[in-house]
Design a protein around this ligand. Structure first.
Ligand code: IVH
Length: 695
């Protein structure tokens, strides 16, 4: 992959562009991690993105965005849980990645306090998810996830099912009101058993114990959480009504007396040797613990000193997390397979002799792209060093040259898609015409690999949402030749007899499946567009296009013209909100292919595509840019956004000179401040509702 420019070599324009991209990407990963419990990248890659964002912001402080990832911890809560405002925000920790970083932390603390030596607690950094438990008069009254740090999700009932969380505090000396904080986690054995059971039942398995813990805690039905053997370590607190300790160490002792589990490996240390020794000790203990830890947390022991040190934006100055490096192992590369993604991107995958890395058996690793294979000069038969960071997708770091077999040959990247059609592979170019590292199969729907992935996308929840047509059915139906394109799904009813004939489907499941399909013949235009699986046309873009074109016929007519590079049609598309060159190129390339056009027309023939509501141009808010901030009490954010957009307004996430209106609810902070400074009109939620009601 090309090395990114160092932050100090970026021009201001490049910095703006990159900060925007990083904010979007990090936000998307936050949602996958915190709300969907299904991360797409490793922690190390995520940390690298955040670091890069921080470096650029340090160089151009005035470019820091209001939605900057550095001002945020975690992600907003999911809709299904009600909101809990934490008495004291739940913040994040700064990271130290090396001995030097850790020593620098100690030096900073000592400089700040003007002290020669400072005592710290060194605690294992449990790799789970944090929770805050509110006790009133010793009784657990509410429990919440961290959420965005300020507002979390109310998961009281689920937390009550965890045996290690006392419903009533024991011992004495607890404040009348206290928010006890700590980590909900799952042990290795319990994780393995949970995944084995899920697999046996044909359900989704979790990538690692942390995701499993998060997924288990955030169940709508507490009886499901009860069946998951979650555990809890207490290590901190938020709001409290009376002081109860003067050091972190004593506080940990009290938490134990009150009935919590605290980490037995924690210790009190001071000086560089103490900090280093605690880290090494934790590294040694790590494999024996039976649960995941990803580092050591150092906290200034004296609470009055913590108070003096205070916070920098979202992290305390009095604590840091010394992270363990990613875990590594050696193994043999048995083969390199090429996988074809939904959009035809080819990804080389290393097939490895199974090896255990940090408690997990790894058999595959990503090789990213052809350039990465060339950079590593990795060959089949090589012994490779493997790294598993953050435990999502293992990576190959390097080859061990001494162990290369004599007959190992350089890997030649295929020029053809590995599908039976052997369609030519093309190197992707950007909208500006520059070559990228991505190679793609040019077959789209005609390529059987892409076909299955396209179909999977087509039936997915946010596209056509066809329940009962899962992966297994799609594979079976495409193999039998019953489905070759989306339109065929709507012709499955003709295959009722054959369906019933195959031993796997009973009368009821066939009936349900066909009913579900029938119900989707009537489809909203945005879902129709999104379902086509065109590169760069995600849900938001599909919605914008649906609103812009209004009807399926106008959409298709415009797409034909865009494919022919009709200047007016291209300009119309370009003028739509948030649509740029990448979308235009992708749409043009897609509709320039005859097989894609034929597929879309065939599909349209099976459907009743609903007209999209065109944005209004004659309302009081039409064309205005509106920002919602703070809590809304009478509607959800999504509702408010949809309503504003229906009335022709544009909804933005940040306040700038271009903002026309700010709707501020309770708890509104910096956005409201900026709006006032810029002299922008501010409305309450009620004012807004009165305004839109009048329209
Ligand atoms: S103290 C103000 N102690 O690490 C900081 N956090 O990156 C309060 N964590 O959200 C956190 N073990 O989920 C603290 N012994 C420990 C921890 C710990 C794990 C997690 C926690 C927190 C995250 C910070």
């Amino acid at each position: 992959m090309p090395e990114p420019k160092p932050a100090d070599a970026l021009t201001e324009a490049e910095a703006v562009e990159e900060l925007t991209r990083l904010a979007d990407e990090i936000a998307a990963h936050d949602i996958r991690y915190h709300q969907e419990d299904s991360p797409a990248i490793s922690d190390a890659d995520y940390d690298a993105m955040k670091r890069r964002n921080g470096e650029i912001e340090a160089r151009f402080p005035h470019l820091m965005r209001e939605n900057s990832p550095s001002l945020r911890v975690g992600a907003a809560r999911a809709e299904q849980f009600s909101a809990v405002e934490h008495g004291v925000p739940m913040l994040s920790l700064d990271n130290a990645f090396s001995d030097e970083d850790a020593l620098e932390f100690d030096a900073r603390v000592r400089r700040f306090l003007r002290l020669e030596e400072v005592a710290y607690t060194a605690e294992p950094k449990i790799d789970g998810l944090s929770a805050s438990l509110r006790y009133e008069n010793g009784v657990l009254v509410q429990g919440a996830t961290r959420g965005d740090g300020r507002i979390g999700e109310d998961v009281t009932e689920n937390l009550r099912t965890i045996k290690e969380i006392p419903r009533r505090l024991s011992g004495a000396g607890w404040p009348d009101v206290i928010e006890v904080r700590g980590e909900v986690y799952l042990g290795h054995q319990e994780f393995a058993a949970l995944n084995a059971a899920a697999e046996a039942a044909g359900q989704k398995t979790y990538a690692n114990p942390r995701n499993a813990a998060a997924g288990s805690l955030r169940q709508v039905d507490p009886s499901i959480t009860r069946g998951r053997p979650l555990r809890f370590f207490a290590y901190a607190w938020g709001h409290y009504s009376q002081p109860f300790a003067d050091t972190q160490w004593k506080a940990l002792g009290l938490l134990k007396e009150w009935g919590f589990q605290t980490t037995p490996e924690s210790q009190c240390v001071s000086g560089p040797e103490g900090l280093m020794a605690a880290y090494r000790a934790m590294e040694t203990m790590r494999p024996e613990l039976g649960y995941d830890i990803d580092g050591v947390v150092y906290k200034v022991d004296r609470l009055d000193w913590q108070q003096r040190l205070g916070f920098v934006t979202r992290t305390p100055r009095w604590a840091t997390a010394r992270k363990f490096p990613a875990q590594q192992a050696r193994t043999e590369l048995e083969a390199i397979d090429i996988q074809v993604g939904r959009t035809g991107a080819l990804t080389p995958v290393a097939r490895l002799k199974p090896v255990t890395v940090g408690g997990v058996v790894v058999t595959n690793a990503t090789l990213h792209n052809a350039d990465e294979i060339a950079r590593l000069d990795v060959r089949v038969g090589d012994t490779v060093i493997l790294q598993r960071a953050g435990d999502v997708i293992p990576q190959i770091l390097s080859v061990v040259p001494e162990e290369r077999p004599k007959n190992a040959v350089s890997y030649e990247y295929p020029h053809e898609c590995p599908c039976p059609l052997k369609t030519p592979v093309v190197r992707e170019t950007t909208a500006g015409g520059a070559e990228t590292v991505v190679r793609r199969c040019s077959g789209e729907f005609a390529c059987p690999f892409q076909k299955l992935a396209h179909l999977r996308h087509f039936v997915s929840r946010r596209a056509f949402d066809i329940e009962g047509l899962g992966e297994k059915h799609l594979v079976a139906f495409t193999e039998r030749g019953w489905i070759a394109s989306p339109a065929d799904i709507f012709r499955l009813a003709d295959k009722r007899a054959e369906l019933l004939d195959t031993e796997r489907y009973g009368e009821t499941s066939v009936r349900n499946l066909l009913e579900n399909i029938e119900a989707r013949r009537r489809i909203a235009l945005d879902r129709f567009i999104y379902g086509l699986g065109i590169r760069h046309i995600g849900e938001t873009t599909a919605t914008v296009m649906a609103r812009g074109y209004g009807s399926v016929d106008t959409f298709l007519e415009a797409m034909d013209k865009v494919a022919d590079r009709d200047p007016e049609a291209v300009e119309d598309l370009d003028a739509m909100d948030q649509i740029g060159a990448a979308v235009i190129e992708a749409a043009a390339a897609f509709f320039a292919e005859d097989h894609n056009r034929a597929m879309v027309l065939d599909l349209k023939g099976q459907l009743d595509v609903q007209e999209a509501e065109k944005p209004k141009t004659d309302t009081a808010v039409a064309g205005k840019t509106v920002v919602f901030t703070g809590a809304l009490e009478k509607m959800t954010r999504d509702e408010a956004k949809a309503q504003a957009e229906r009335l022709g307004a544009k909804v933005s996430g940040s306040v700038s000179k271009k903002t026309d209106l700010v709707v501020a609810g309770p708890g509104a902070g910096s956005k409201l401040k900026t709006a006032t400074e810029l002299g922008i009109q501010v409305l309450s939620e009620d004012d807004w509702l009165a305004l839109v009601d009048a329209i």
